[in-house]
Design a protein around this ligand. Structure first.
Ligand SMILES: NC(=O)c1ccc[n+]([C@@H]2O[C@H](COP(=O)([O-])OP(=O)(O)OC[C@H]3O[C@@H](n4cnc5c(N)ncnc54)[C@H](OP(=O)(O)O)[C@@H]3O)[C@@H](O)[C@H]2O)c1
Length: 238
């Protein structure tokens, strides 16, 4: 039976992904800080489920916990690094910016490294990171968030180059959602908001097909394209 570990599976996209993979026969390792929600989810999933309380902000301890979880599950085929936070921070206070960097950058890097070391040793695997459409351009209201997601996508591209050049049998997937209706979205007045269920199904398909990158939902490719071609002087004004 195939095994997947999801970093950040207590709510939103990660929780729905755990459900979809379990329904498709995977043994699932679920992690996050809220142990009660992990226990609740584990009781709902039809396949064998392992839980581990992990705070990715404590990078060294998170690495030890992930290594331990992989051993407990007797291996891992797919690692999804979904844990992430977003603060709107127009006043540029340090604490929200630091929290974003500690979670989305340091935490992501710690988990990606631990996952890759296991996959390289094991001789196969699939690493998936959840970035964002926000990675394409800098944000005025949440600058650390957009920058952190640019880091995630750029890091994954680097890993993709590494596995290709070193001929490692490891797949790398960069998932870039637009708006998904979860706790991270503070305003409900946003466009093209997908349900977490729909997003999880599309992410499952992208992972199953070992896609290098995928926009979630698919039509966000149009916004991505627009953001990429928009000249800087116009982008700064809108
Ligand atoms: N929703 C969107 O529109 C959208 C768009 C683009 C990208 N994304 C990305 O999608 C991912 C999932 O977010 P979501 O929308 O599903 O929001 P969410 O419901 O708030 O889920 C965030 C998940 O990350 C976990 N997490 C946060 N900080 C953590 C930490 N320090 N250590 C371990 N786990 C941590 C949370 O678990 P605990 O709180 O229990 O630790 C939770 O399971 C994020 O990376 C987000 O940036 C979301």
């Amino acid at each position: 039976m195939k095994k997947i570990i999801i970093i950040g599976a207590t709510s939103g996209i990660g929780k729905e992904l755990a459900k979809v993979f379990s329904l498709n026969g995977y043994e699932v390792g679920i992690t996050g800080r809220r142990t009660n929600l992990l226990e609740e989810l584990a009781s709902e999933l039809p396949t064998k489920t392992y839980i581990s309380t992990i705070d990715v902000k404590n990078a060294e301890s998170a690495i030890r916990s992930l290594d331990k979880l992989i051993k407990e599950m007797n291996g891992m085929d797919i690692l999804v690094i979904n844990a992430g936070i977003a603060h709107t921070n127009a006043s540029l206070d340090w604490i929200p910016e630091k929290e974003t960097i500690d979670t989305n950058v340091s935490g992501f890097t710690a988990m990606a490294g631990a996952g890759m070391r296991y996959f390289i040793k094991n001789g196969s695997g699939h690493l998936v990171g959840i970035s964002s459409i926000a990675r394409i351009r800098g944000s005025d209201t949440a600058p650390a968030y957009s920058a952190s997601k640019a880091f995630v996508s750029n890091y994954l591209e680097g890993l993709g180059r590494k596995v290709t050049k070193e001929k490692l049998p490891i797949a790398i997937t960069d998932i870039q959602p637009g708006f998904v209706d979860t706790a991270i979205i503070k305003s409900k007045k946003v466009f093209w908001m997908a349900s977490p269920e729909k997003a999880a199904k599309q992410i499952y398909n992208a992972i199953d097909r070992k896609r290098r990158a995928a926009y979630i939902t698919k039509r966000w490719i149009l916004i991505a394209w627009l953001l990429k071609i928009l000249p800087g002087y116009l982008y700064r004004k809108i």
